[in-house]
Design a protein around this ligand. Structure first.
Ligand code: SF4
Length: 93
């Protein structure tokens, strides 16, 4: 099963509020390596090459693995668990 097929089995209970963000958008604007886009297994972070460098965050695809918190060399990721009752739901079996 491909990673994309596995990701389709995951559900997300949306609280309507992102649990992810950036601490300082100016840091993103100066970043040229965009580690957030390469470390995330679920492609949550994307940076428009013609944009301002601040990533778009598809938080509803997040697996809550925490990798992005440590992948950013500037410690610029705002990360918290989704509100109670929200977040990722993994299908067992
Ligand atoms: Fe991606 Fe994991 Fe960060 Fe969620 S916690 S955005 S899945 S790297």
């Amino acid at each position: 099963m491909s990673i994309e097929d596995r990701l389709y089995t995951v559900k997300y209970r949306d609280t309507g509020e992102s649990h992810l963000g950036v601490e300082n958008p100016d840091v993103c604007a100066d970043c040229t390596t965009n580690e957030c886009t390469s470390v995330c297994p679920a492609a949550v972070w994307t940076v428009d090459p013609d944009g301002d460098g601040v990533p778009s965050i598809a938080y509803e695809n997040c697996l809550e693995c925490g990798t992005c918190r440590y992948g950013c060399p500037y410690d610029n990721v705002e990360w918290s668990y989704p509100k109670t009752g929200g977040g990722v739901v993994f299908k067992q079996g």
